[in-house]
Ligand binder design. Structure first.
Ligand code: IVH
Length: 668
């Protein structure tokens, strides 16, 4: 095995281990940055050496090709559903029927009923080979590529066995909230609840979409004969799944009596809103496999299990008004102002109405009595009006033609449901943009929140990001509720933020589609803001995970004259515009690589690609993934392919590995 193969195996192992610690054991052992760095190294090697891409490489989760359709899979064992019970009496009735069949000494196991999408996962020789949806129970759809993007699904088990497991894929509440916010902002239809969001994500033909949605899975059983794996009870079988590295839900409880079952069910009625994921009930299962067998099945469901369904909590209140707000990208979103009412544990006074179409579809009018529910138990949602309660004084709502903040004409972008204010000087957008700029994951300027931004804006002290850096303590002291200590802390925090690494600034700009991840990838690739601004679209597209949307958005953003002006002002204030990640070492002033754009291709045998990259960067070179007119030098290892050909075509300098070693050794 050569060095490169060894390194690939090492990277596979490390990344799998880090991923397992994070997603399966919930105990991270590496930082995100460490993980990212190794992942980038592996991706770079694999890009040039497709023969070194192993099927269970952690990169294979990301999802490369877009599918043309899903193929059908016939399940080896049907995927059944569960009978339902709705109250204590029903639960006792279930218990009576069970005892009639297997006698008094029966034990139950209670589990949370995860509200997602049923999936079946097949492993052979311990490797994940196929995953499918339930479909009609007999035939489902092959969604292997999408399921591979779910980090809590191991690609390899701790034992090299053949097994089919069943479980629920779901979207955590937080991801759901974030996804819908982003969809509102982008003018897309929001998902009604986390279950629809999970199902919608797994039904996408482009696995990148599922990969970006933060889905997770809990396994709740073995497909087929559980006893075949040497377990006598369902609870043992679940413990066994844990041992295999398959994620099960740990809130389960063995119950010796139906009283214990009822107590468990009741305890979750109140607690469920504290969970990070949504549950819609409790599944009650007979624990012993022998008892299960004796009880058997009806045509649709097992007689040894049932699902208690929580009642959906809905309340009625009055819609007092509809308020409009303008987001960072100009989207105008309507919000229902409600007569405050308690639902599922909290008092609700506002609820997003998402967009005009939805208001008209539901026909909600100001003054209506409306039914409220919490979508996904978290986001309050207006379901619809009680038409019978209308008095005739209710007013239908129409979106205004002009921006509620700056009065410029609103536009509806084709294919979007949202109305947008496209005036880049609109104060609402500028304010939102500033709030984002100072936020923790962006420039992280502590001490400025919405309130201070509002005041700075109203006092006309700040109009764009750069004005923050010109603020003085005296100016801050004019603001309401701003003491000397806070003012001087704030000035210090603003000054400290000048030293941030490029990705924070780039994320802070709030360019559409440029999230933290993209900001980091771009910063790492180009090293400086100037480098990014001068990059050709092809160079952006060559970066794994940067697509056309991001590329277009960046082009549009930096071609705006106002933007260029603000950037110049930031520079004048001394705001750092370079990437400070660990690849950016102390760079010498002169030498063979200073200021050179270098591309590595083909198999290197003495150095690993990561080592070569590190050394070149340490000597002031910039290593990128694709050959373009701007490339100065290509290092071609064995079996170099299209990149070498392109370099030759463009007349770019090409070195072999021996020459690289020569130069590096001379310089070391
Ligand atoms: S056991 C024979 N356990 O609820 C059926 N199901 O109709 C075995 N579900 O869509 C199902 N959490 O995917 C079981 N802890 C759990 C569950 C669970 C969610 C889903 C299941 C199916 C539906 C039952």
């Amino acid at each position: 095995m050569n060095e490169l193969e060894k390194r690939v195996q090492e990277l596979n192992q490390l990344l799998t281990e880090y991923g397992r610690a994070y997603y399966v054991l919930d105990k991270p052992v590496a930082t995100d940055a460490e993980y990212d760095k190794l992942m980038q190294e592996l991706l770079a090697i694999e890009a040039d050496n497709p023969d070194l891409i192993y099927p269970d490489s952690p990169t294979q989760r990301v999802g490369g090709t877009v599918l043309e359709g899903f193929t059908k899979v016939e399940h080896d064992y049907p995927m059944l559903s569960l009978s339902n019970v709705f109250n204590e009496e029903d639960i006792r009735e279930f218990d009576r029927r069970v005892k009639e069949a297997v006698g008094e000494k029966v034990s139950y196991i209670c589990e949370l009923k995860i509200d997602g999408l049923a999936v079946s996962l097949k492993y052979e020789n311990g490797r994940f080979v196929q995953g499918s949806t339930r479909g009609d129970g007999t035939v489902g759809e092959d969604i292997t590529a999408n399921l591979k993007t779910i980090r809590s699904i191991p690609l390899k088990l701790s034992e090299a066995i053949k097994i089919e497991v069943r479980g629920e894929a779901y979207m955590p509440k937080k991801s759901f909230v974030r996804l819908n916010e982003a969809r509102d902002e982008a003018g897309d239809e929001p998902f009604a609840n986390p279950r629809n969001a999970a199902a919608g994500s797994l039904r996408q033909l482009d696995p990148k979409i599922a990969g970006s949605r933060n889905l997770a899975v809990f396994l709740y059983g073995i497909g087929g004969d559980g006893e075949a794996y040497g377990q006598a009870t369902h609870s043992e079988a679940l413990d066994y799944l844990d041992k295999l590295d398959l994620v099960t839900n740990h809130e389960r409880k063995r119950c010796k009596s139906i009283e214990d079952v009822i107590e468990y069910v009741n305890s979750w009625g109140a607690k469920r809103s504290d969970l990070d994921y949504e549950i819609d009930g409790i599944v009650i299962k007979v624990d012993s496999f022998e008892d299960q067998e004796q009880l058997g099945y009806t045509a649709k469901s097992p007689r040894w299990a049932t699902a208690y369904k929580f009642p959906a909590e809905e309340v009625v209140t009055k819609l007092l008004d509809i308020e409009l707000s303008v987001g960072r990208t100009g989207t105008v979103t309507p919000t229902a102002i409600l007569d405050p009412v308690r639902v599922a544990g909290t008092t609700v006074g506002r609820a997003s109405l998402h967009n005009e179409d939805l208001i008209h579809e539901k026909d909600v009018r100001i003054g209506d009595y409306v039914t409220i529910r919490k979508a996904g138990d978290i986001i309050p949602e207006v379901i619809g009006p009680l038409v019978d309660k209308r008095t005739g004084d209710e007013e239908p709502f129409d979106m205004p033609e002009n921006c509620p903040v700056c009065d410029s004409e609103l536009v509806r972008i084709e294919g979007e449901v949202a109305l947008r204010c496209v005036n880049p000087q609109c104060p609402a957008q500028l304010k939102e943009a500033l709030i984002h700029f100072v936020s923790r994951n962006a420039m992280n300027i502590e001490g400025i929140g919405e309130r201070v931004v509002d005041q700075l804006y109203t006092a006309e002290l700040v109009k764009d990001f750069s004005d923050l850096y010109g603020l003085t303590e005296e100016q801050l002291l004019q603001l309401e509720r701003m003491g000397e200590k806070s003012a001087s802390n704030l000035i210090a925090a603003i000054a400290a933020s000048k030293e941030n690494s490029l990705e924070k600034l780039l994320f802070g700009f709030g360019i559409r589609h440029v999230g933290e991840k993209a900001a980091t990838l771009l910063s790492r690739e180009f090293g400086s803001l100037d480098g990014l601004m001068a990059a050709e679209p092809e160079q952006l597209l060559a970066i794994h995970e940067i697509g056309e949307k991001v590329t277009d958005a960046i082009e549009t953003y930096f071609s705006n004259e106002d933007v260029v002006e603000v950037i110049q002002k930031l520079k004048d204030y001394g705001v750092n515009m370079d990437y400070k990640g660990r690849t950016q070492q102390e760079i010498p002033d002169e030498g063979p690589f200073v200021g050179k754009k270098v591309v590595l291709t083909g198999k290197l045998s003495i150095l690993t690609r990561g080592e070569a990259k590190e050394k070149i960067e340490a000597l002031g070179g910039e290593v990128s993934g694709s050959v373009s007119k701007k490339t100065d030098l290509v290092i071609a290892g064995e079996d170099a392919g299209s990149k070498l050909a392109k370099a030759e075509e463009l007349g770019i300098d090409v070195w072999d590995e021996a020459k690289l070693i020569d130069v590096l050794e001379v310089k070391e």
